[in-house]
Design a protein around this ligand. Structure first.
Ligand SMILES: [Zn+2]
Length: 425
């Protein structure tokens, strides 16, 4: 089942990055024709200003040349097997044989994602399996392994030979090349030569994200965003380890807004749905992040006290497919994330505080998307959503906000929500 991939926190996402930052995930999406928009943004020709040119890597010995394709395939498959076994048996020590131990930040992110998975409600319920499909030799001894997992989800991760074994890795900072800045009308892109095979396409896709937000949300920011297309985790060695992308208002060094996205040919980017391809999957993420920017810049983060309103809106506007069904299945099977945790716990485990959940944050994105869909379908579309958000900002109390915006008691709203959710699968 393809959508079950979104069960996995290593794919899904997310850490609390501080109040100005929001994390996100990759998800499925069906491409449907855009709704008639309130704002039409006419694409304009891009002006490309390249302020730095990548220096070609210095000729070095390529250690992969000592191996035949068959040897490389066998070596990579062996490491992929160990990696899957580490997940299936919760044996982090197996990662030491399958993962590059010389690259410390990389070692940490691989381990962190395993730990996150083992904490989730889904640990032990799935048999992880990785099948190598193809290899691509890159410069400097790296080989990109194109493989699929037990659900048919695909990934493209770099490997390199170490002492005769092929270990999962990412290129070093020296090997990815110098940062290149590209100015377009709405964005400033920072890219690295290592990902040059995908950078131009991502630059185009960011413009598509802007158009989708314009069509579906109705407004787009006037401000330019800086978009960093990051090929390796080690560039931000203390960055959130579960996130594959995030938006940060005013988070750039020059005070502007920042969107960070891992390049697709990396472990940090994780898996993608082969039906959508890496680009279709990434498009969802870019639109998700740009929705956060529009929410911050055009709507002053209305509803900021409710995490689900922010993340749910971003999922709703990116039209991430599969979320409603996923949340419905989880609800029916008893993995419930309530809107309000009324148990009296200090660290509330609910959708209002979904970025602080002890586990299943990835699932909370699906729940949040579903809740936004419920509100828009039953309480007057996005206009109803904004009405609720503003009432929440005014009252700082979700129950009072519901009463003020929709004249409904929380008890009744919650009952209708649960009933509706149960019927989405
Ligand atoms: Zn997000």
């Amino acid at each position: 089942m393809k959508t079950s991939k979104t069960l996995f926190p290593w794919l899904a996402a997310l850490l609390m990055l501080g109040s100005s930052q929001l994390a996100c995930k990759t998800v499925l999406r069906e491409f449907s024709p855009p709704e008639p928009g309130y704002v039409v943004v006419t694409p304009t020709p891009q002006i490309l200003v390249v302020t730095a040119t990548p220096a070609p890597p210095a000729p070095e010995v390529n250690p992969a040349e000592a191996f035949s394709d068959d040897q490389i395939r066998a070596g990579i498959q062996a490491s992929l097997n160990l990696y899957a076994q580490a997940y299936n048996e919760n044996k982090p020590e197996l990662l030491e044989q399958a993962v590059d131990q010389e690259n410390k930040p990389f070692r940490r992110i691989v381990r962190s994602r395993l730990d996150e998975y083992q904490k989730s409600s889904f640990a032990g319920q799935y048999e992880s399996k990785n099948i190598l499909l193809d290899i691509q030799r890159r410069e400097l001894g790296y080989v990109i392994a194109h493989f699929e997992d037990e659900d048919g989800w695909q990934a493209d991760w770099p490997f390199r030979p170490v002492d005769g074994r092929w270990v999962l890795t990412e290129p070093t900072l020296e090997h990815i090349g110098e940062a290149v800045t590209t100015e377009t009308e709405h964005f400033t892109f920072v890219t690295y030569p290592w990902a040059e095979d995908v950078n131009p396409k991502i630059i185009e896709m960011m413009e598509t994200a802007r158009q989708q937000v314009a069509d579906r949300l109705g407004k787009v920011p006037a401000e330019k965003a800086k978009v960093r297309i990051v090929p390796v985790y080690a560039l931000d060695r203390f960055g959130a380890m579960s996130a594959i992308a995030w938006y940060s208002k005013g988070g750039d060094a020059d005070g502007g807004d920042l969107i960070h996205i891992y390049a697709p040919n990396s472990f940090a980017y994780s898996y993608y749905d082969p039906d959508l391809g890496w680009d279709g999957t990434l498009q969802l993420t870019l639109t998700h992040e740009y929705t956060h920017m529009a929410h911050a810049r055009n709507y002053e983060n209305a509803g900021r006290l409710a995490d689900w309103m922010s993340e749910g809106l971003a999922e709703y506007i990116s039209e991430a497919p599969g979320n409603l069904r996923y949340a419905c299945h989880a609800y029916r099977s008893g993995t419930v994330i309530p809107i309000l945790d009324e148990s009296g716990a200090v660290a509330k485990q609910d959708l209002m505080h979904m970025t602080n959940l002890d586990k299943d944050t990835g699932l909370a994105y699906a729940y949040s998307h579903a809740l936004v869909s419920f509100v828009t379908s039953k309480f007057g579309g996005l206009e109803g959503f904004w009405k609720l958000a503003e009432a929440l900002d005014k009252t700082s109390d979700f129950k009072k906000a519901l009463k003020e915006a929709f004249g409904i008691e929380f008890k009744d709203f919650n009952q209708q929500w649960n009933q509706w959710l149960k019927n989405q699968c």
